[in-house]
Design a protein around this ligand. Structure first.
Ligand SMILES: Cc1cc2nc3c(=O)[nH]c(=O)nc-3n(C[C@H](O)[C@H](O)[C@H](O)COP(=O)(O)OP(=O)(O)OC[C@H]3O[C@@H](n4cnc5c(N)ncnc54)[C@H](O)[C@@H]3O)c2cc1C
Length: 435
């Protein structure tokens, strides 16, 4: 399997094409030597975004621009300088011709890096994607925010008790970090924001229900984190239903695995992800479980030449991680740096080894859980650690400063967000604008 710049035409630098400018794609573009490689990042958005804070956009804590950074600006920065950015949604990859096609153009490559991340998995529940709200992109987070605010405004007007109950019931499906964080943020709105800003609504009428199919929250973290999260959600008046999964959601009625039902106009789905997909041409090699590309310890896609996969969309099975590394930002960043070094040297002598830096989740203001090795933190200290890590990881000084100011103001006032329902106008339709 060829893995180096040797495939290129003499006299020009080989082109390294990266699909996706997320944590993996952007960190690779930073590490790679631009004197040896012609680097192009293709992304369907013209900005890098920060998924760990999508829930804060959805719950009006932050603005979308606070957690995004434009590729055009980033490629002028010292580390990424020399790379190119192309706007486009990758629709197909031809491994035989070594070409990638978006809705606008076809781009040739010498080496290809698939770093497109994941999208929502609706587990084949019929039409679910049309009715639930999700948090896998900034656009989806903004949509979620608008829908929550819409329910509160309409409930403030409605005189019909059944309708008000439907409007004021928020169901979050999935007890992983995203589900816990958005449920906590809604619980905080119920507890602190609604009594002050929506006088026509009694907070006791608002229900935030978090549903999880297994018997524990945050099952990728320590059992203590799951228990602490459960307690913290209780303090925020969130109803947690464990051991219950959602079967269907039809005409405003959620039906659970035990055939109980809840009427609601708002279901936030955080229950599963699957790798992003595109049409494959010129090879029979296809992604493996979870639609993730199976890679070796050097992130080379098995069965293909000059093709690599990084981050959430890659699957590296090892003794320590028989189901692949966790789909976390740190895995994506560390893989990208290792691949960058191997591509720079051309020797492929540095296998990827995940260094676990810990995991964390926050449950509203002042409460978080953190696991670092065997150390477990919860409460205020964990929340401060959570804030520091997230602030450091954000791109752009302006974003760091704005987010810090927002969090400080929220800490003292319980409310920094402006809760504006800002919706794009519908026409003219841009069919090629991806979500
Ligand atoms: C709501 C949420 C909260 C999270 N919280 C945490 C957390 O607290 N801590 C943590 O470690 N991890 C967290 N994660 C996981 C973390 O975000 C991922 O592990 C990380 O983003 C993976 O990086 P990546 O580069 O593989 O993919 P991404 O960061 O998802 O980047 C993929 C990029 O590819 C682009 N793309 C996708 N498909 C196409 C296409 N067809 N054409 C062109 N461009 C495309 C996308 O626009 C995106 O920019 C969270 C994820 C979500 C969704």
């Amino acid at each position: 399997m060829s893995s180096t710049a040797s495939t290129s035409t003499p006299g020009r630098r080989p082109r390294l094409l990266i699909i996706g400018g997320g944590f993996a794609g952007l960190n690779l573009a930073k590490t790679i030597d631009k004197r040896s490689w012609d680097v192009t990042i293709i992304d369907r958005h013209n900005y890098h975004s920060f998924p760990p804070l999508f829930y804060q956009v959805a719950s009006s804590g932050l603005e979308s621009s606070d957690i995004c950074f434009p590729f055009r600006r980033e490629i002028r920065s010292r580390k990424v300088k020399g790379a190119d950015y192309r706007f486009g949604d990758v629709r197909s990859v031809d491994f035989a011709r070594k070409e990638v096609s978006t809705q606008f153009e076809t781009i040739p490559y010498d080496a290809l890096v698939i770093a497109a991340g994941t999208t929502n998995n609706f587990f084949n529940i019929p039409d679910l994607h049309k009715h639930v709200f999700t948090l896998k992109s900034v656009s989806q987070a903004i949509r979620c925010r608008n829908e929550v605010l819409d329910r509160l405004e309409r409930a403030s007007i409605s005189r019909d008790p059944a309708e008000r109950a439907r409007l004021l019931t928020f169901v979050v499906v999935g007890g992983g970090p995203t589900g816990v964080e958005i449920a906590g943020a809604l619980g905080e709105m119920k507890r602190y924001v609604i009594p002050r800003e929506y006088p026509a609504i009694s907070r006791d009428d608002v229900r935030v229900i978090l549903v999880e199919g297994t018997d524990t929250l945050l099952r990728t973290m320590s059992p203590r984190s799951g228990k602490d999260a459960l307690k913290a959600l209780g303090q925020l008046m969130v109803e947690v239903r464990l051991g219950k999964s959602m079967k269907t959601y039809d005409r405003g009625v959620v039906t659970f695995s035990d055939d109980t039902t809840i009427e609601t106009e708002t279901v936030i789905w955080t229950a599963g992800v699957t790798g992003e997909s595109f049409e494959i041409k010129g090879s029979d090699v296809a992604p493996g479980p979870g639609n993730r590309w199976i890679v070796d310890e050097f992130n080379r896609v098995q069965g293909l030449s000059d093709v690599y996969a990084l981050g959430d969309i890659s699957l590296h099975i090892s003794e320590k991680y028989p189901k692949g590394c966790p789909q976390l930002a740190q895995v994506a960043i560390q893989q990208a740096r290792t691949l960058g070094r191997n591509l720079n040297s051309g020797r492929f002598d540095k296998p990827f080894k995940y260094r676990d830096m810990g995991s964390m989740a926050t449950i509203g203001r002042n409460r978080a859980v953190v696991d670092i090795g065997r150390t477990h933190l919860s409460g205020w200290l964990a929340w401060v650690a959570w804030m520091a890590v997230h602030l450091m990881s954000l791109l752009g000084m302006r974003n760091k400063a704005v987010v810090l100011i927002n969090w400080v103001v929220s800490y003292f006032t319980f409310s920094a967000g402006l809760r504006l329902m800002l919706r794009p106008s519908k026409y003219p339709v841009r069919s090629y604008w991806e979500d």
